[in-house]
Design a protein around this ligand. Structure first.
Ligand code: COA
Length: 175
């Protein structure tokens, strides 16, 4: 089989990416039942998304990475954290990749970037995430990156007529 090499750029999102970020996130939710929102989308305006991205860029403990092929976003990875002094060390991870690009190592690359950023932040000391128990690809990726299961949230999500269990996973950041 002939292998094709493609050039993907991974960088922090900027406010001008807002429209493309929303297009991507709304599209990806219809491709998979693994996200916490579905075809209803995020109900966020482009103006609001611009404002969110601006705030993320100015924050010490929030991050939004985009993976870009040509002009198109094909993946995003984020860390969300609160500003409260008692909670600001906890970063919640979110990651999504267009289905056409699953299985090529992009998820691994995005997770590596998130972890390096978290170590360099000197603020984040705990990364956490929730993942559907049936999402074995994502769980394999998280375990490979050093995440451990902390608990199982029974009926943690409802999708397509079913209540599904959700794993809570975490990784401590000690760099
Ligand atoms: C989960 C996701 C981010 C992974 O990204 P990806 O680019 O496919 O990941 P990678 O190619 O870097 O790695 C996938 C790994 O899973 C493994 N894998 C694939 N299918 C698997 C399965 N059914 N069971 C276990 N492992 C599996 C691959 O072999 C690979 O492991 P390796 O690196 O040890 O060889 C991506 O599939 C995605 O966006 N899914 C939809 C949204 C989602 O589920 N987000 C996470 C919500 S918590």
């Amino acid at each position: 089989m002939k292998k094709e090499k493609i050039d993907i750029v991974i960088r922090e999102a900027i406010p001008d990416d807002a429209k493309e970020v929303l297009r991507f996130l709304e599209g990806v939710a219809t491709e998979t039942g693994f996200l916490s929102y579905g075809a209803e989308g995020l109900a966020i305006s482009e103006e609001d998304e611009k404002y969110f991205i601006e705030n993320i860029l100015n924050s010490e403990n929030n991050l939004l990475l985009v993976a870009i092929l040509g002009e198109q976003i094909i993946g995003t990875a984020s860390v969300k954290a609160e500003a409260k002094p008692k909670m600001k060390h906890i970063g919640e991870i979110g990651i999504s990749i267009s289905k056409d690009f699953w299985g090529f190592g992009l998820g691994t690359m995005l997770m590596e970037e998130l972890i390096i950023w978290a170590e360099e932040s000197k603020v984040i000391r705990r990364l956490e995430l929730t993942v559907q128990d049936r999402n074995q690809r994502a769980i394999h990726l998280y375990e490979k990156m050093g995440f451990e299961q902390e608990g199982l949230l029974k009926r943690g999500v409802y999708d397509d007529g079913e209540y599904l269990d959700v794993q809570l996973m975490s990784k401590m950041i000690d760099a």
